[in-house]
Write a protein that binds this ligand. Structure first.
Ligand code: FAD
Length: 443
């Protein structure tokens, strides 16, 4: 073949490979730039939020920005939990990380460690033995409170902790009226522990301040739940991998009926004191004597109450689950932090008849700028009324009495959401004498 022809062939071959490679490279660069933009926006939106439990710490000098961790995170479908900033993976929305740990497994260069707390905010992890016993003999801890999140871990630990507690009965039966164990919390850990206690014929009482399911009950409507099969006492192997919040809760409600376990709902454990060989447990409704206590209270705390007449009505709740359930209703939101502002704004945006936001402070100085803007915009659109320096006096069936600027006003009302902070589990643990270790970004 003449020389010119050979050169032309070579150039054509080059073009054949080079053009698609360039197109691919450009496409890839655009996607990365877009991901970086989304990641920075997510970071700005979530601001100073801190992860509630175990979460990834990413070593930027090791990270190669390959995005494997981002692709592996099961929560990524709902929130931008991990993102790419400056070519490196970053935990952009720490408050949405629930500690699946899939990112660590997926990282090809070992740049990820799973840690508790951060330099800015320490997380108190109770010190427990391998049998789940705390520094107070006879008081056990299972589930997310001990540091390990996730439904399957909580189910497993609830069962194992109760098996340890059952061995304490070898010293003889408990005195009349004294329980073998009092279980605090009916989330996945408390639920599995209750089933184990029932299976072993123990004298138990399970106390739950809210309802069955623990944190699962608080998930947004329709949330896709990623979990793994677990062995649940009296039910056998439960094969859930991917399910919805509603299906999982229904499964637990059916299991509660089928196994005939008894859980005391709407009762809160307020104090636990050692009394010789036993514990005296004070709740919002009664006092119990028990040989052992299992704390399965998770890490989300006990919401603070207002302490006003009418607060016991079913229209009063302490967490917003689904803003759309308030469409067409008149809603009062109480509080001035981010969760109160987010709740009020999303209810107003979801088509409620009207929202009143009541806060006893003079300014929303603890809330993020973005949330303050949402409140301002809802107020200027007439969708919300904001009452600063106000106090709730009484809740009635169809109205609420609010003290504001020296007089008491009556506001029409269908539902009340109290978002006034809460008592953190670490405060409770310290009060009842359990040793905790404060972790600041450590494994
Ligand atoms: C938004 C979100 C999404 C999640 N998604 C997933 C997921 O897809 N897959 C997964 O595996 N995990 C997920 N998790 C994590 C999982 O829900 C928790 O790890 C798990 O529920 C922990 O179980 P637990 O029983 O230890 O505690 P919790 O579920 O928190 O239950 C604790 C219970 O104790 C009660 N309680 C607390 N204090 C008291 C008291 N003083 N008296 C009486 N009762 C009390 C509480 O009311 C609560 O019901 C998610 C968590 C959140 C917040």
């Amino acid at each position: 073949m003449p020389r010119i022809g050979v050169v032309a062939m070579d150039a054509l071959t080059w073009l054949f490979y080079l053009v698609p490679a360039l197109v691919l490279l450009l496409w890839h660069a655009r996607r990365r730039r877009r991901l970086e933009r989304i990641s920075i926006a997510a970071q700005e939106k979530t601001g100073a939020a801190e992860p509630a439990s175990i979460h990834p710490a990413i070593n930027p000098t090791r990270c190669i920005g390959c995005k494997s961790c981002i692709k592996a995170c099961p929560e990524q479908a709902h929130h931008d939990v991990l993102g790419l900033v400056g070519g490196r993976a970053v935990l952009v929305s720490p408050g949405d990380c629930i500690g699946h740990g899939a990112c660590k497994t997926a990282c090809p260069v070992n740049a990820i460690t799973l840690v508790f707390g951060s330099e800015r905010r320490g997380v108190d992890i109770p010190v427990v033995t391998p049998h789940f016993e705390s520094s107070v003999p006879g008081m056990f801890i299972a589930g997310e409170l001990g540091g390990m999140g996730l439904i399957r871990n909580a189910l497993e630990q609830g069962r194992q902790a109760m098996e340890s507690i059952a061995t304490r009965r070898s010293g003889g039966a408990a005195a009349n009226g004294t329980l073998d164990v009092l279980i605090v919390g009916a989330g996945p850990a408390g639920f599995a522990a209750t089933l184990t206690a029932k299976m072993k014929g123990m004298r138990y009482v399970t106390i739950e301040q809210e309802s069955l399911g623990g944190a699962v009950f608080q998930y947004p409507r329709g949330k896709l739940v990623m979990t793994a099969p677990a062995n649940v006492p009296l039910l056998g192997k439960v094969n859930f991998r991917q399910t919805s919040k509603e299906a999982l809760l229904q499964f637990w409600v059916d299991a509660e009926k089928k196994t005939d376990i008894k859980i005391n709902y709407k009762e809160r454990v307020e104090d636990i004191a050692r009394n010789g060989d036993t514990f005296t447990v004070k709740t919002s409704k009664a006092t119990y004597q028990t040989r052992s206590v299992l704390l399965a209270i998770g890490r989300r705390g006990t919401p603070r109450k207002l302490g006003v007449p009418g607060e016991e009505m079913s229209k009063v709740v302490y967490r917003l689950i689904d803003p759309e359930q308030y469409a067409g209703q008149e809603v009062l939101v109480v509080g001035g932090g981010d969760s109160a502002l987010e709740a009020a704004a999303s209810i107003a945006e979801a088509g409620s008849k009207g929202v009143v936001l009541s806060y006893r402070g003079a300014e929303f100085d603890r809330a993020k700028a973005r949330n303050r803007e949402r409140i301002q915009s809802a107020a200027s659109n007439g969708k919300m009324k904001v009452l600063m320096k106000s106090n709730i006096k009484q809740i009635d069936d169809k109205a609420v009495a609010i003290e504001h600027e020296g007089s008491t006003v009556s506001v029409d009302n269908d539902a009340v959401i109290v978002s006034a902070g809460g008592v953190l589990p670490s405060e409770f643990l310290k009060r009842i004498g359990i040793n905790v270790e404060t972790k600041r970004g450590q494994e």
